[in-house]
Ligand binder design. Structure first.
Ligand SMILES: Cc1ncc(COP(=O)(O)O)c(C=O)c1O
Length: 429
């Protein structure tokens, strides 16, 4: 993979694109990079991890007198970075979601609103606390359908809002709808660490924000989760839930002991703590997050620009208020037949470009849909189904150079155009 230096020109949203990258129309070029190869862990993080291992004190509460655990420091730093009062580090993003549901008081049998377009751990977290997901539709710009949300607002007291694939909806309007209906919002920020809406960091508008540090996310500790909130009771419950025994005073981004007095006898310990090794790996990565976001967005801009104007292909509109993190890109082959989409996927795959599709008859890999989660009954959602059938999704790891991104876009553009010309889309239903 080569460097970023391409003499790039500035385009909208502060992103950069080199116009020359779109010229090549060679139908035989093949991409040889890996869509699942992340960057190495930074040397500073490796050194910090080695130090933790040398000390042997990997458990977050295993500290020497006067020593502060890496995990507690991570929580303190992430709270400061996001402007949250409180932060809890846990074992995974999925654990953070389940912990948040419990901490806001969701009881078994209750309903929880959530996105029809998200990943399996989101409805899974709801089912994990014995609650029942009620799905809200998706728009052509891949955000939660706020009309549908308003229509269903009387059906639950909690919304688990998934910023799926990093698309932020009009958060002001969403918070207005939820505020009016008395709905508590939990934000699933697995794909929006480093993103913001009108300058407000993702995860800071709901009562709770939940993040994932699993390998394919914006910082990488293999597995890991962070939960942020400004609510002292939610924070104290989340800390107790995460498995703090009665050692909560060792947390730095936590409420005072008087708050724990209110919750400590009535909150179960459902162990899902983070350890010091992962925290040590994450702290330097969080310090570098802003620069990484810029690098992702440079790549996103090259692919977006390369795909712009491709016949039959719809790019999602990104609102000016949205500061997103382009760690993946989606486009719609709206109203294409399943066969035509499959043809595009096969042709791109043959040229080394790995695309995921949310419209397959059967869920594959990461791409299950609301109607795949049959433990939670759902009604058909025709306009959402139309969008889901057209969503094509691609990761953009930082190991791709801008030249790689330009080549990938050229390949997709050529293959989508070829299939489109051979069989223009008709409504699939
Ligand atoms: C949208 C979304 N939410 C939540 C999660 C859960 O994160 P984790 O894998 O850390 O449990 C994921 C992980 O893939 C995700 O993609």
């Amino acid at each position: 993979m080569k460097s970023d230096a391409l003499g790039a020109a500035k385009v909208a949203n502060g992103l950069t694109v080199a116009p020359c990258l779109r010229q090549n129309t060679d139908m035989t070029e093949r991409f040889t990079g890996s869509f699942t190869q992340q960057e190495p862990i930074p040397e500073e993080a490796i050194a910090a991890a080695v130090e933790v291992m040398r000390g042997g004190r990997l458990h977050r509460y295993n500290t020497l007198a006067g020593e502060t655990a890496q995990t507690a420091l991570l929580e303190q730093e992430f709270a400061a970075q996001t402007g949250a009062r409180f932060c809890v580090a846990v074992a995974s993003g999925g654990y953070a979601l389940g912990c948040a549901l419990r901490a806001v008081g969701v009881q078994p049998g209750e309903t929880v609103l959530t996105n029809a377009f998200t990943l399996a751990p989101v409805p899974g977290a709801i089912a994990g606390v014995g609650a029942v997901p009620v799905y809200v539709g998706v728009t052509e710009d891949l955000v939660i359908d706020l009309e549908d949300l308003a229509a269903k607002a009387d059906r639950a007291e909690v919304l688990m809002l998934s910023h799926m694939r990093g698309h932020l909806c009009d958060m002001d309007r969403l918070m207005q709808i939820c505020g009016d209906a008395g709905i508590t919002v939990i934000e699933d920020c697995a794909h929006t660490m480093g993103a913001a809406w009108n300058g407000v960091p993702s995860g800071r508008q709901g009562a709770v924000g939940c993040f994932s540090m699993q390998t394919y996310k914006h910082v990488n500790s293999g597995e890991g989760g962070l939960l942020i909130t400004d609510d002292e009771d939610i924070a104290a419950r989340a800390i107790m839930l995460s498995g703090s025994y009665m050692l909560y005073e060792r947390h730095l981004a936590a409420p005072g002991p008087e708050v724990f007095e209110r919750v400590k006898y009535i909150t179960p310990n459902i162990s899902g703590r983070m350890d010091n090794l992962r925290a040590a790996i994450l702290r330097p990565q969080l310090r570098a997050l802003e620069a990484q976001v810029d690098r992702w967005n440079d790549r996103y801009a090259v692919v977006e620009e390369g795909l712009r104007g491709t016949p039959g292909l719809r790019l999602t509109k990104r609102p000016v208020a949205e500061r997103f993190v382009g760690s993946s890109i989606q486009f719609l082959l709206l109203d294409w037949t399943r066969e035509a989409v499959q043809e595009v996927l096969a042709r791109c795959a043959a040229r080394g470009v790995e695309l995921k599709w949310f419209g397959g008859a059967e869920p594959a890999g990461f791409t299950s849909r609301y109607d795949s989660w049959r433990y939670a009954p759902s009604q058909p959602m025709p306009s959402t189904d139309r969008v889901l059938r057209g969503i094509v999704d691609m990761r953009l790891p930082l190991t791709f150079s801008l030249e790689d991104c330009a080549q990938i876009a050229r390949i997709i553009r050529a293959e989508v155009s070829a299939v489109f010309q051979a069989q223009p889309p008709v409504r699939a239903d």
